[in-house]
Design a protein around this ligand. Structure first.
Ligand code: ADP
Length: 946
């Protein structure tokens, strides 16, 4: 392009120069014609004077000669044969020859040799055609060998239609010619430039005469002639040939005519040639000083470029169609989020047309408000040249949401600046809506499940209390000498109630596990002892059934491990319990081995196999699921279907896993692993001994003879003195008589259970108010511990316990003997105590009277308290107030002054602002504390009687 610009400029310059030369020539021609006129006059005079006389002629000739000599042009005459007959003196100035040297010479002698023939031909032609005058230019050799260019006008002088002489006016035009040379050189350079240009160029004048053309032009259009040969010809002559080079020849000509008529620059017009090339044409009309002076035509072969843009376009098309097929919408924006381009698919997604989108600010038009900040953050990333993917909510033209995953890439210009970005949008609206629906459904399900859990937990708790009564009553009924039939009914009642109790305990455990309320304790325990106890328990249970129960322990296992023995115990009871339940005969084996060991960290594998009925293969996956049992073995086996679910969860809670292998009819093997930490040798592992214990006495409250025996054996072995109390009542009595270092308290005992006995010991005057009390319970139920703690016990050992476990606990509490024992706190927040001052004031030393009052209180008054709740429920305020008023002072009579005050407040409320709900709440608190105080009162009564 630069070349062509230069070329155009040079052409213009050349045109300027040419115009100047033409103007000069014109001027000269004018001068010449003046000279001619003068010559004519001279001649005419001359001829006339010949007739008039020689003298006059001479005179006149002199005069005109002077005139001629004053001119700066050479004026000469030659004969028709070409010999000089006359020349004026100017010739000497111009060529260095004097007149004499010239006259008689043939004119060609002066002309440069190579110009002689054309010049002779020129004049020959002139004479032949009898042209009156001509003008031509040619170089002559001056006397000093300089080349002098002559421009001359020649006139024929005829007489009787015969040429007699030629007269000429010749002028030195060297200077002008040289300018012409410069022009020619320029022209030559331009031609060379044009020749070498990669464009076909043709310059023509206003008459369509070719001024410049290059080889490429000839090549493009298959013109056989050389470019030089074309110069000077009329372009329209080549047109016939050129037009057929184009696919649409007619159209080409028509367009050319149009361009020539309009005379306006038209560039980069595409034309297809007949042989399939693509040409690009520039048409430039040439104007000089406002006048139209010709045209410049340029043709460039852009076939290659066209093909590559075509290739790019096609590949773009290809990718676009891929994107369209993949349902990807493309959008290009600048750095201000102004839309530059929106592709079809995107338009369809968003519902706007491309025209509606281009030029708009994307976030203003369709990005959901809450996502603007997301977009800003992404934009920030992209401004640093980073691409990213993100999810966004857009608003379609119809107002509906369009959820899209957008993959954005910055658009970088050739200088490395980010000028915008292109986003590929993938429509995920359907998926998103589905997700949202699922989320809602999940929430509903979760709420329902939460409610279900809550309900289950509440119900289980509510059911358990009366159930305990049923079970208790059933036991009592067994002692009432029932008939054989009644015994059978009682058996069914007991089994059913036991089953129900088991189910409810499981449900409660389940709820606790699911609520994350179970905590895995980490403490040292005797693993082998625990396993042996388990074996022992089941041996007793199996009795005479033809089933062996063996325990196989890996030799690597010894001593204590740190973990939760309570949970392990529950797991073993469940799994071995199932084996026992589903096996008629054969063997149950319990195997334990070390599966992995890293330092003290062991992974133990427990295997319980049986030769029972087995589990059908297709049900194996189900047995760990909740309530899965009934369908497996029919209704034959009573169970809750929760045991294994709980077991599995307890195992996983501790970081272990469980699996099962079984063949129907051949038996089952349950394998579970548990990570346990081995207690380094020499710490707790050492054979337990009571040597270092200075124990004076231990109280063992236990009704079961077998347990009594088990514990007595151990205590004897450790040389620990002890006394056994067969029930709670006896334990309380003993606690009043002597001080113990520790009390081991069974929970289920006749006459008075462990909880009640503990309440007595903790809340009445006795020697063991602060003695550690350890609960012994056969149930692994987790919430029993809480209850034990609540009544004031210090710890909890679940039966069956190992010797080590028992000794460890005894040691622990003896060492911490100084730590204060727990106290039960009444619902008022204060401890129930008898007001001694008040009692002394009332009874002095009259113990008998006091005992009488206390006894009356217990037998006559206490039952009356039980009637108040009914009065509240019936809103019988008048009678209630009367009853409260009557009962109130009796409390003070047994030293319960604190409670008397609360009764006074209560009475006031009943009289002034009776509100059922409120009164019920207050009353329940008071009533609970009255009941809590009963053992204290009874205890006091006992003391008064001694
Ligand atoms: P269940 O309280 O009913 O025993 P589990 O969750 O403990 O509930 O057991 C689920 C079911 O798996 C049982 O009802 C029984 O069908 C099957 N099952 C468990 N252990 C065994 C076993 N050792 N042999 C055969 N079947 C078993």
């Amino acid at each position: 392009m630069e070349e062509i610009e230069l070329l155009k400029k040079q052409i213009e310059q050349e045109r300027d120069a040419r115009m100047k030369a033409e103007a000069l020539l014109q001027e000269q021609t004018m001068q010449l014609s003046q000279v001619k006129e003068q010559l004519h006059k001279v001649n005419a005079n001359f001829e006339r004077q010949i007739e008039e006389g020689d003298a006059a002629l001479q005179q006149s000739e002199n005069r005109y000669q002077q005139l001629i000599e004053s001119l700066r042009d050479i004026i000469y005459k030659i004969s028709p044969e070409g010999y000089f007959t006359f020349v004026n003196p100017v010739v000497e100035q111009v060529l260095g020859y004097d007149e004499k040297e010239i006259i008689g010479k043939h004119f060609t002698e002066l002309v440069l040799p190579e110009y002689r023939e054309p010049l002779v031909n020129f004049y020959w032609n002139m004479m032949k055609e009898k042209q009156g005058s001509t003008y031509t230019e040619f170089p002559v050799l001056a006397k000093d060998q300089r080349t002098v260019w002559i421009g001359q006008s020649v006139h024929l002088l005829k007489q009787d239609n015969r040429i007699v002489e030629l007269s000429a006016v010749a002028r030195d035009i060297t200077e002008k010619k040289n300018t012409g040379d410069v022009l020619r050189t320029t022209q030559g350079r331009l031609a060379a430039l044009i020749t070498n240009l990669q464009k076909a160029v043709l310059v023509e004048d206003e008459n369509r005469k070719v001024i410049l053309v290059n080889q490429l032009f000839c090549d493009f259009f298959g013109i056989a002639a050389t470019p030089e040969a074309l110069i000077g010809t009329n372009y329209t002559e080549s047109l016939a040939q050129v037009m057929y080079s184009f696919e649409d020849a007619e159209g080409f000509v028509q367009r050319m005519t149009e361009l020539l008529n309009n005379q306006e620059i038209v560039v980069e017009e595409k034309l297809t040639t007949a042989d399939g090339r693509i040409l690009e044409r520039d048409y430039i009309p040439i104007f000089l000083e406002g006048a139209y002076r010709g045209n410049l035509w340029e043709y460039a072969d852009i076939t290659q470029r066209h093909l590559s843009t075509e290739t790019i376009r096609k590949s773009e098309e290809k990718y676009r169609s891929i994107m369209d097929n993949m349902e990807l919408g493309l959008l290009e924006v600048d750095n201000d989020q102004r839309i530059i381009r929106a592709y079809d698919r995107f338009c369809k997604m968003i519902g706007y047309s491309e025209e509606e989108l281009v030029g708009k600010i994307a976030p203003e038009l369709f990005i959901s408000k809450e996502y603007e900040s997301v977009l800003e953050a992404e934009q920030e990333k992209r401004s640093h040249g980073k691409g990213s993917s993100y999810e966004m909510k857009l608003i379609r033209k119809d107002g509906n949401p369009l959820w899209a995953i957008i993959s954005g890439t910055p658009i970088i210009d050739e200088y490395g600046n980010t000028v915008g970005s292109i986003g590929i949008h993938y429509d995920i609206t359907q998926r998103k809506e589905l997700e949202q629906e699922l989320e809602k459904a999940k929430q509903v399900a979760e709420e329902a499940s939460q409610a279900e859990k809550q309900f289950l937990a509440n119900m289980s708790h509510e059911i358990r209390t009366p159930l305990n009564a049923i079970i208790g009553m059933t036991h009592l009924l067994f002692d009432t000498r029932p008939s054989q039939q009644q015994k059978e009914y009682l058996d069914i009642l007991k089994t059913t109630a036991d089953f129900l109790h088991g189910l409810i305990s499981n449900l409660l455990d389940m709820a606790k596990i699911e609520d994350g309320k179970i905590e895995v304790k980490k403490k040292s325990f005797d693993l082998i002892g625990l396993l042996r106890t388990t074996q022992q328990i089941f041996k007793i249970k199996l009795g005479n059934r033809p089933i062996t129960l063996d325990l196989m322990i890996d030799g690597q296992i010894s001593g204590n491990y740190i973990g939760d023995d309570l949970l392990l115990n529950q797991i073993l009871l469940n799994i071995v319990g199932n084996a026992e339940k589903f096996t008629q005969e054969g063997a149950i084996d319990i195997m334990v081995k070390v599966k992995k060991e890293e330092g003290d960290n062991c992974l133990l594998e427990f295997k319980v196999s049986d030769t029972g009925i087995g589990i059908p293969e297709e049900k194996l996956d189900l047995i760990f699921q909740k309530f899965e049992q009934v369908t497996i073995h029919g209704n034959k086996h009573k169970g809750t279907g929760l045991g294994l679910t709980i077991t599995k969860q307890l195992i996983e809670l501790q970081g272990g896993s469980i699996s099962v292998k079984s063949h129907e009819g051949q038996g089952s093997t349950f394998t579970f692993t548990l990570p346990l930490q081995r207690v380094a040798d020499g710490t707790i592992k050492k054979e337990p001994s009571a040597d270092d214990l200075s124990v004076s006495q231990v109280l063992v409250a236990e009704d079961n003879a077998m347990n009594q025996k088990y514990i007595s054996n151990l205590l004897n072995k450790w040389n620990i003195p002890f006394i056994i109390a067969p029930d709670g009542k006896k334990a309380v009595e003993l606690a009043q008589q002597q001080t113990f270092d520790i009390i081991l308290m069974d929970i289920q005992m006749p006459n008075m259970d462990g909880y009640e006995a503990t309440i007595h010991i903790r809340n009445t005057e006795n020697l063991n108010k602060k003695t550690p009390i350890i609960a012994l319970t056969a149930s692994a139920m987790i919430d029993q511990k809480n209850r034990a703690m609540a009544v004031g016990m210090n710890d909890f050992i679940s039966k069956p316990f190992t010797p080590n476990h028992l000794l460890g606990t005894i040691q622990e509490y003896l060492n911490a003997k100084k730590a204060p024992a727990k106290e039960v706190v009444s619902s008022t927040g204060g401890k129930i105590e008898l007001n001694r001052a008040c009692l002394t004031e009332m009874y002095g030393n009259d113990k008998e009277y006091a005992a009488d009052m206390f006894q009356t209180f217990l037998t006559e008054v206490v039952p009356d308290f039980g009637t108040l709740q009914g009065a509240i429920t019936n809103e019988d305020w008048e009678n209630l107030a009367k009853a409260v008023h009557k009962l109130k002072p009796t409390l003070a009579m047994v030293g319960l002054t604190e409670l008397e005050k609360r009764m006074l407040d209560f009475e006031e409320k009943v009289r002034i602002t009776p509100d059922k709900e409120n009164l019920l709440n207050i009353w329940k608190d008071i009533f609970a504390d009255i009941n809590q105080s009963l053992p204290i009162i009874k205890n006091e009564l006992a003391k008064l009687r001694t």
